[in-house]
Design a protein around this ligand. Structure first.
Ligand code: NAD
Ligand code: G6P
Ligand code: MN
Length: 441
C-alpha cells in the first residue's frame, strides 16, 4: 500500500498539533511515510515542531519528520500540502479587527473591511507556497485552509487556473457537528447535505441522514428557538462561539426555507455585533489568551519533558478530520461528497459562472466534481452577487495595485455604511498594512 508524504505549510499554526495527532490516529486508513512542517517563521514553528517530534516518536517512529523554513526542503517529495498560513500573524489580525471598529463597522477576521485587508495580505503568501509546491512536487495537491478562503480562491482561480489547489472551510462541518448533537447523531459524516453559497456566506437547502430521512424539519424547529447551540454541550464552546451559535436563530429568521451559515450574522446584524464588541479587546485577543496560549503551552511542556505523558491529545477535532477526509478522498478516489470552494461553472444555474462558490462536490483523484444546485432564490442571489463583487474587486485591486478598486470593494461591502466611511477605514488599513499589501495608486 502506498504511503504518503505530507507538508503542513504554516507549521507554526495553532492547528498543527491537532492535524498531526489526527493523522497519526488514522494511519490504518491513510498510511504516511513522511511529515514535514514548513513556515517562514522558524522560531514560532520550532515550539510546535519540538513537540510534534516527540508525538511522532511516541506513536509512529517509522515516520520521517522534518521541520524547515527552506522551501526546497519543505516542498520536495510531497503528495499533499496542507496549507494554513496567516500572513501578518495575529499582530495584523489585531489591526483588521480593531481599525474598522473605530468607525463603528464590524471588525472581523474574514468578513467586511478586516477580511478585505487580510485578503490583500494573503493572496501573495498563498501564491508563493503554491508556486513552491509546483516547482518541487508538481504532482502534489494543495488543500488550503488559509483565509480569507473566498478571496484567496478567487485569486488562484484567476492567477493559477491550472493548479491543483482546493480551498476549504471547517465552518459548515463544525455547524453540522452541532446539528448532529441536536439530532443525536455521531458526526457530520452521518449527513448528506445540499448547500450553496460563497465561503462564510451560505445556506443548507437539504440535510438527510444516510438512509435518506429528511432532517430539516426537526432542525428548523430547534434552530428557530435555540440557534445552533446544542443542548447539554454548552461547556464545549467558548462564550463568543456560544453567542454566534445562539445568534443563528435570528439569522435563520430571515429565510425559514433554508438553514444559514453562522457567518451571515455579520451581514444581517452588523449593528448588533458592533454594539456587543469591545474595540480594545476583540476575538484575536481571546484567541491569543485562549487557543494560542494553550497550544503553545502544551507544546513547550511536551518538548521539555520529551513525552506526552499527562496530556490528553485525543479530543475530537473536525478541523483536522475534514482536511484528512479530503486528502483521503483524493488519494483513494473515494468520490466522497464534501463541501469545497470551486468555480461555479453552472452548478448554481442562475449565478455568475466565474464565481468561487461553496457547494457539495464528489471528491476523487481528479479533484472535485460539482453537484448541480439548480436555481437559487432572489434573496440569496442578491446578497451573493453583492458579496462576490466585493471579493472580485479585491483581487482586481491586488493585481492592478488599484486604490480605486479597493475603495469600491469596501464601499460595496454590506458591512460598510458609506463611501466616506469606506475611505476612512481604507486609508487606515492601508497605512497599517504597509509592506504587506502591494503599493496602491
Ligand atoms: P497562526 O498565526 O497560529 O499560524 C499561521 C502560521 O503561518 C504562523 O506560524 C506564521 O508564521 C505562518 N506564515 C505566515 N505567512 C507565511 C508564509 N508566507 N509562508 C509560510 N508560513 C507563513 O494562525 P491560526 O489561527 O492557527 O490559523 C492559521 C490559518 O488557518 C489562518 O489563515 C486561519 O484563518 C486559517 N483557518 C481557516 C479555517 C477555514 O475554515 N478555512 C479554519 C481555521 C483556520
Ligand atoms: C472558523 C472558520 C475559520 C476561521 C475560524 C476563526 O473555523 O471556518 O475560517 O478562521 O473559525 O476562529 P478563531 O477561533 O481563530 O476566531
Ligand atoms: Mn472558514
Amino acid at each position: 500500500m502506498k504511503k504518503f508524504s505530507i507538508v503542513i505549510a504554516g507549521g507554526g499554526s495553532t492547528y498543527t498539533p491537532g492535524i498531526i495527532v489526527t493523522l497519526l490516529k488514522h494511519l490504518d486508513q491513510f498510511p504516511i511515510r513522511q511529515i514535514k512542517l514548513y513556515d517562514n517563521d522558524g522560531e514560532r514553528q520550532k515550539i510546535i515542531a519540538d513537540a510534534v517530534e516527540v508525538i511522532i516518536r511516541e506513536r509512529a517512529p517509522e515516520i520521517q519528520f522534518v521541520a524547515t523554513t527552506d522551501p526546497e526542503e519543505g516542498f520536495t517529495d510531497v503528495d499533499f500540502v496542507m496549507a494554513q498560513i496567516r500572513v501578518g500573524k495575529y499582530e495584523m489580525r489585531d489591526k483588521d479587527e480593531k481599525i474598522p471598529l473605530k468607525y463603528g463597522v464590524i471588525g472581523q477576521e474574514t468578513c467586511g473591511p478586516g477580511g478585505i485587508a487580510y485578503g490583500m495580505r494573503s493572496i501573495g503568501g498563498v501564491l508563493e507556497i503554491l508556486d513552491y509546491m509546483e516547482k518541487y512536487s508538481p504532482d502534489a495537491w494543495m488543500l488550503n485552509y488559509s483565509n480569507p478562503a473566498s478571496i484567496v480562491a478567487e485569486a488562484t482561480r484567476r492567477l493559477r487556473p491550472d493548479s491543483k489547489i482546493l480551498h476549504i472551510c471547517d465552518m459548515p462541518v463544525a455547524i453540522q457537528n452541532n446539528m448532529a448533537k441536536i439530532l443525536g447523531l455521531k458526526s457530520y459524516r452521518d449527513m448528506d447535505v445540499r448547500y450553496f453559497g460563497l465561503n462564510h456566506f451560505g445556506w443548507w437547502t437539504s440535510i438527510k441522514d444516510k438512509k435518506g430521512n429528511d432532517l430539516m424539519p426537526k432542525l428548523k424547529e430547534y434552530v428557530a428557538k435555540n440557534g445552533y447551540l446544542p443542548p447539554n454541550h454548552e461547556d464545549q464552546f467558548e462564550e463568543s462561539w456560544k453567542e454566534t451559535y445562539r445568534k443563528a436563530k435570528d439569522v435563520y429568521a430571515l429565510d425559514p426555507d433554508t438553514l444559514p451559515n453562522t457567518y451571515l450574522k455579520y451581514y444581517f446584524y452588523p449593528d448588533d455585533v458592533v454594539e456587543h464588541s469591545d474595540p480594545t479587546h476583540t476575538r484575536v485577543d481571546e484567541v491569543r489568551e485562549g487557543r494560542e496560549k494553550k497550544v503553545f503551552g502544551i507544546c513547550r511542556k511536551i518538548a521539555e519533558q520529551q513525552s506526552t505523558e499527562g496530556f490528553n491529545l485525543e479530543g475530537s477535532d473536525e478541523h483536522a478530520d475534514y482536511i484528512i477526509d479530503l486528502a483521503r478522498a483524493i488519494a483513494y478516489n473515494t468520490r466522497e461528497r464534501m463541501l469545497v470552494i470551486v468555480e461555479n461553472n453552472g452548478a448554481i444555474e442562475n449565478f455568475d459562472p466565474t464565481a468561487m462558490v461553496e457547494i457539495p462536490c464528489l471528491i476523487g483523484s481528479d479533484g472535485p466534481e460539482r453537484l448541480a444546485m439548480g436555481k437559487i432564490p432572489r434573496f440569496q442571489k442578491g446578497l451573493m452577487e453583492q458579496q462576490v463583487a466585493v471579493e472580485k474587486l479585491v483581487v482586481d485591486a491586488w493585481i492592478e495595485h488599484s486604490y480605486q478598486k479597493l475603495w469600491q470593494a469596501l464601499t460595496l461591502s454590506k458591512t460598510v455604511p458609506s463611501a466616506r466611511v469606506a475611505k476612512l477605514i481604507l486609508d487606515d488599513l492601508m497605512e497599517a498594512n504597509a509592506g504587506y499589501w502591494p503599493e496602491l495608486h
